[in-house]
Design a protein around this ligand. Sequence first.
Ligand code: RIB
Length: 304
Amino acid sequence: MTIIVFGSINIDLVTTTPRLPIAGETLLGETFFKTPGGKGANQAVALAKLGIPTHMIGRIGADSFGEELIENLQVSGVQTNNILITENVSSGVAIITVDHSGENHIVVIPGANAQVNQDDIERLTHLLPEATAILLQLEIPIDVVVKAAKSARKANITVILDPAPAQSQLPDELYPLIDIITPNEIEASQLVGFPVNGEETAAKAATILLQRGVKCAVIKLGAKGVYCATTDQNFFIPAFPVQAVDTVAAGDAFNAGLAAALFHKLPLREAVIWGAAAGALATTKLGAQSSLPDRMTLEKFLLM
Ligand code: RIB
């Protein structure tokens, strides 16, 4: 059996700065590097590194970034035969600034990710019988996300949606198709229309998301921890204490950790702990796919 990741593939162009610039300011950066990223591809690589058979569906441009992105997915163990090279468009690019506290700003230029369409849903349909879950994010067109969730629901597999980048509105029909939604504080605030910044407000936001039809809301509160609610249970898991250097892809590592634990049929609380541990580990290294922990690192960390 496998997990499918249906989503974005980007090259990340990263600069580190002492602090994030304010509007209109020119700031001298300290370092620059280029690394494979994209919320979908990050989640796929994280799953493969955790030992889960993983298929990625998505698109890259016919450019050197695309070649690099495919190669990195393959080296990480992700099945890439359902990634299409799309002519006349660039691969997705993310311009990222990371400051000394590990905080970041990200601007994404979708490129080929914006071309994901019905043809990709058809390729998804062929993979569904072998899958236990699908991981979705919002860096591909939203109508395609809805179609993918519908197909997955029909095939009776678990649908996990990372509603990132933040959106103030998702189509009403999407919520009941989601088994687990995993917003961070910013994404949860946008979805519910009030600030979500701790356990209490996360509980209120989770109630609203459950009323909209999701089966489980997992709200990632960064260094504070994670709040999780279903109609039967709710709990809070404090964050693992780590020295964060870069939070890019921490959310992606979280979703992969959560999905990997569920793949092994661990209970929900345990799965949220795996997610929190994978996310925490990802903050201790620079970069997106370069920061994702493997299975042995995660297991050791969980025993500490
Ligand atoms: O979640 C982190 C990712 O967001 C980065 O790798 C970047 O590509 C953007 O998609």
